[in-house]
Ligand binder design. Structure first.
Ligand code: SF4
Ligand code: SF4
Length: 184
């Protein structure tokens, strides 16, 4: 990867991401404890330590385009382990929001994100069959993975119908608050 000096716009964006995430990337001294503990690092193009390094170097675009930010499961192991108190999990979240805002996201990833959130909004929890169907329709591949549906239902791994949680009003409030904060 070619290193180029960060422009003022990229620096501003990184400051905004830090403010959103409530953290400071320059506190990181690259010890690697975050990456060592991350359960998803094996599947990432840039493990958490490298995402932080990209931001330290002002390379915000590769961070926004990284698959890592969508592979991150927000388990918070990295933030808990960081000896410098860098809130990497929150930063991953801020990067995801910004990538969506800028349309930097892979179409399939954005469709999955939307399908997941709309199910949670509607039922208060995930509904796998609904997420899969929505995602497949939005990405123009209606029968993708359809062969796994029936065997998984038979084994009780996914349910045919959605279940709704009680107090869905609380979920509604969370979505409203997220929108007030600039979420989609
Ligand atoms: S654990 Fe903290 S200090 Fe160490 S590399 Fe990760 S972010 Fe940087
Ligand atoms: S929050 Fe994301 S980046 Fe951090 S350890 Fe968990 S999966 Fe890895």
């Amino acid at each position: 990867m070619k290193l180029i000096p960060a422009c003022a716009e990229d620096k501003d964006l990184i400051s905004r991401l830090e403010a959103d995430a409530g953290t400071n990337v320059n506190l990181c001294y690259q010890c690697g404890k975050c990456s060592a503990g991350c359960p998803a690092a094996f599947a990432m193009d840039y493990p958490p330590r490298q995402i932080i390094r990209l931001l330290q170097l002002g390379m915000v675009k590769p961070a926004l385009q990284a698959e890592s930010i969508w592979i991150c499961a927000t388990c918070e192991t990295c933030s808990t382990r960081c000896p410098r108190g860098v809130d990497i999990a929150s930063l991953m979240d801020a990067l995801r929001r910004e990538a969506l805002r800028q349309g930097q996201t892979d179409k399939k990833v954005a469709a999955f994100n939307q399908a997941f959130l709309s199910c949670v909004k509607l039922f208060g929890r995930t509904y796998e069959a609904g997420i899969l169907l929505q995602h497949n329709l939005k990405t123009g591949q209606p029968f993708k993975d359809a062969q796994y549906g029936l065997p998984m239902m038979k084994r009780g791994k996914v349910s045919v119908l959605p279940t709704r949680i009680n107090n869905r009003d609380e979920i509604k409030k969370i979505f409203e608050r997220a929108q007030e904060l600039g979420g989609e």
